[in-house]
Ligand binder design. Structure first.
Ligand code: PLP
Length: 367
């Protein structure tokens, strides 16, 4: 008997998440100097974390022999103040991806359906399959989540609906009013999960708090991986009603968020100046990339986040060609194979990316 025969049969067909390639790996593979390689593949903050946050993390290293604060008391208190919620309405995760998984553990079984957009962040679908639930995939005309179509897809088996806004990889967002109306209109047996990984880049993200207070079944997820620049520490959180959070708390491991991540995130949240500076720089970078694409006659999807989905023709080939030139981007799955996702970098990184794109296009690679 081989090992696979002993495995839970679902795991054999389970698709695997493909992360952005690390700089060191690309440098090794293409014989490049790692300092010459830029990674614009995972929507990280190119300016890094707040210096105050980093120094708090360094201080926390001194106590690394101790287990972390298991309940994340201080950080949950800070987050609750940030959103004007109660600490009992906040759950911390090892990245907000863990919150997605906790939702699966708490709510999903074989009979359940999960509604996701065709071009939504892929982790919802992976998690649903892993739990044995059925992802119900709703088309996204114009690469925007169509909330009417998502509503029409609801059945008596629907348990969760995931809406990332702005969405990754399209960068598109639904308006705050549209999202609130949608959340309000859902039947009682459906849980609405709003993924706000890029909410800090929006001018006016939807305010779900009145609906949560009203008893709507809602959970929102945020992360420290994007604008806060802490992707390497793996920390995010969810918020919702106290009842929702209590259920999710039961499904997590005792020390799911490490002590350095907790200490760093507290300061990252406090340093609002850093966040608004990065937001402004990202806006400038987005403009730089958009006008660069226009000059190269490349179409792109209007983005409200820190990345741009660009129509390059043959996405995978363009990805490989750019990588040889030291620019790591993100190729897309089959259903978006003409596109490439490029994270907004520093001004210099964007310049380098545009120059490389120009070179690749001149060779006719992408076409
Ligand atoms: C990056 C991202 C996340 C955050 O993942 P972490 O686990 O917090 O690093 C969540 N949702 C979407 C849509 C993302 O793009």
């Amino acid at each position: 008997m081989n090992l696979s025969q002993l495995a839970n049969h679902r795991i054999l067909d389970q698709p695997v998440y493909q992360p952005g390639k690390p700089i060191e790996q690309v440098a090794r593979e293409h014989n490049l100097d790692p300092n010459e390689v830029c990674k614009l593949a995972s929507n990280e903050n190119p300016w890094g974390a707040s210096p105050l946050a980093i120094s708090a993390g360094e201080d926390a290293l001194k106590n690394v022999h101790l287990y972390p604060e298991g309940s994340g008391f201080e950080l949950r208190k800070k987050i609750s103040q940030h959103h004007q919620l109660e600490p009992s309405q906040i759950i911390l995760g090892n990245g907000s991806n863990e919150i997605i998984e906790l939702l699966g553990h708490v709510f999903l079984g074989k009979e359940d359906e999960v509604i996701v957009g065709e071009h939504a962040f892929v982790v919802y679908k992976l998690m649903s399959l892993l739990m044995g639930a059925k992802p119900v995939v709703v088309p996204m005309p114009n690469l925007v989540h169509d909330l009417n179509k998502m509503h029409e897809a609801i059945s008596s088996r629907t348990k969760l609906i995931f809406l990332p806004s702005p969405n990754n990889p399209t960068g598109t967002a639904n308006s705050a009013d549209e999202i609130l109306d949608f959340a309000n209109s859902l039947p009682d047996h459906v849980i609405f999960c709003l993924d706000e990984a890029y909410a800090e880049y929006l001018e006016s993200p939807p305010d779900l708090r009145p609906l949560i207070k009203d008893g709507k079944k809602i959970v929102a997820m945020r992360t420290f991986s994007k604008i806060y620049g802490l992707a390497g520490l793996r920390i995010g959180y969810g918020y919702g009603s106290q009842e929702m959070v209590e259920l999710l708390q039961k499904a997590r491991q005792p020390f799911n968020v490490n002590s350095i991540a907790q200490a760093t995130a507290i300061k990252a949240l406090t340093d609002e100046g850093w966040v608004s500076l990065c937001k402004k720089r990202n806006q400038e970078g987005l403009e730089q990339m958009k006008s660069g694409c226009a000059e190269l006659n490349l179409e792109y999807v209007p983005s409200q986040a820190n990345f741009l989905l660009i129509k390059v023709g043959n996405g995978l080939q363009t990805f490989h060609s750019l990588q040889k030139l030291g620019v790591i981007t993100r190729p897309m799955a089959k259903n978006l194979s003409e596109y490439l996702r490029i994270s907004i970098g520093t001004k210099e990184e964007n310049e380098k990316a545009l120059k490389a794109l120009k070179q690749v296009i001149a060779k006719g690679v992408g076409i």
